[in-house]
Design a protein around this ligand. Structure first.
Ligand SMILES: O=C(O)C[C@@H](O)[C@H](O)C(=O)CO
Length: 271
């Protein structure tokens, strides 16, 4: 059984709030990345007090109000499905603050965490501020929405990105890794993948492997599963007929995304 693949859980937290995933230091091998996915029914609220962690609240679908109890942002969120293939709004909350999310419509909300000590300003990250990239060619094409890229220095640790991969294409490919703190060649960033698939009965394959194969897991990933990438290369292959969405959270000792391609497969970039 895979140790890196997390199936959907359905844990009621309070009236109208369901926890679907929780990845933290106690239940995973990760030290820098934490992740929760919650569904919130209209009118229901979810609150949290952050300790020495920062949080990026992503309105994956639906509309929410987010308050840090000093500022309140209403109408956060832009879409009813991730497969509308347009960016969404997010809110960044710094360490040692608290927040309340109220769902204005049925909402699916990702909470992306990483250790953080120095307080930063709360920030509404508008969908229009996401840089949008079309990466790759041939069967390696994907659409990327950068929510918190490393070029944005308004946060301490978190990197957050959405990727849409069309039917019969690959992403996070050629396989790359970022598991050694050895800049400028490579940075150490742990990562989580929250996957959605259209139509929902589909699946994708994700392999997580290291050069020495001490870690080598190939997973059949279904709609709304999470894959944990503590280390290693982590390509995703999408079967014909299905479209893949995933939300990546990355963090590590330095906030730089500097990856290393698997030399065996890097040649595909030369075509
Ligand atoms: O370009 C892609 O295919 C997306 C990946 O880079 C993905 O965000 C990732 O693997 C980050 O390390």
């Amino acid at each position: 059984m895979s140790t890196l693949l997390r199936k959907l859980q359905q844990q009621p937290l309070s009236t109208g709030v369901t926890l679907l995933h929780e990845v933290n230091q106690d239940n995973s091998p990760l030290h820098y990345v934490g992740f929760k996915m919650i569904d919130i029914e209209p009118g229901a609220t979810y609150s949290e007090s952050l300790g020495e962690i920062e949080c990026c609240i992503v309105a994956v679908t639906g509309k929410i109000t987010v308050s840090d109890h000093e500022q309140t942002f209403t109408g956060v969120g832009t879409r009813t499905s991730v497969f509308e293939k347009k960016p969404t709004d997010s809110v960044y909350i710094s360490n040692d603050r608290s927040f309340t999310i109220t769902a204005e419509t049925m909402a699916r909300v990702a909470l992306c965490y990483s250790p953080s000590l120095v307080q930063r300003a709360t920030r509404l990250i508008l969908a229009s501020e996401n840089s949008v990239e079309h990466r790759g060619k041939y069967n390696n094409q994907r659409l990327v929405h950068n929510i918190l890229p490393d070029s944005d220095d308004s946060v301490n640790s978190l990197l957050v990105v959405e990727v849409i991969t069309e039917s019969a294409n690959w992403s996070s490919y050629p396989p790359h890794k970022h598991d050694v703190d050895q800049l400028p060649a490579e940075s150490l960033l742990e990562e989580t993948y929250y996957h959605e698939i259209d139509p929902a009965q589909g699946f994708v394959f994700q392999r997580v492997y290291t050069d020495d194969r001490s870690l080598d897991e190939t997973m059949a990933v279904e709609h709304r599963n999470v894959v944990i990438v503590p280390a290693g290369y982590h390509p995703v292959g999408v079967p014909d007929g299905y479209t893949s969405y995933y939300l990546n959270v990355m963090a590590g000792p330095k906030r730089i995304w500097k990856f290393h391609n698997d030399p065996d497969h890097e040649w595909i970039l030369q075509r």
